[in-house]
Write a protein that binds this ligand. Structure first.
Ligand SMILES: [Zn+2]
Length: 146
């Protein structure tokens, strides 16, 4: 099902981890408005980066979120966050471009130099920027882009 010009519902529910573990990861009806909100915002992200956005993790049902070690309050479980990469550049370059564009987001995280996490909030955006790194095997979040 098409949500916007460049994003479909399937891109938000597709998960290789869910497939492997036979978790259904179906988006509940009450979160459809959030998913649509996120898709609309991602169109703006795509426009700024001028390249396709490859979503590697969108919606996560609670079972999937637990499997991937996500925070129980993760915006992924509300349909308000996606992890992605983009041929525009590496994760840090993508974050720098998005910040410079003045685009609205709630939280933007450069994760381990591997992907970008972006989340939105229909009730207001904090423009928070973080960098995730591993320290002694644990993920920690540093303020700003490191
Ligand atoms: Zn994420």
């Amino acid at each position: 099902m098409k949500l916007t010009e460049h994003f479909s519902l399937e891109e938000f529910s597709c998960s290789t981890t869910a497939k492997r573990l036979k978790i259904e990861n179906k988006i509940p009806d009450h979160l459809m408005a959030n998913i649509q909100f996120t898709a609309n915002k991602l169109e703006l992200v795509r426009k700024v980066l001028a390249h396709p956005i490859i979503i590697t993790s969108g919606y996560r049902c609670p079972a999937l979120n637990t499997q991937v070690g996500g925070s129980p309050t993760s915006a992924h479980t509300k349909g308000l966050a996606v992890d992605f990469h983009c041929a525009y550049g590496d994760p840090k370059q993508i974050c720098q471009r998005l910040i410079a564009s003045g685009i609205e987001f709630d939280k933007l995280i450069q994760e381990h130099n591997q992907w970008v996490h972006i989340q939105f909030n229909p009730t207001g955006h904090r423009q928070q920027v973080l960098t995730a790194i591993k320290q002694n095997g644990k993920t920690i979040y540093l303020p700003g882009l490191v």
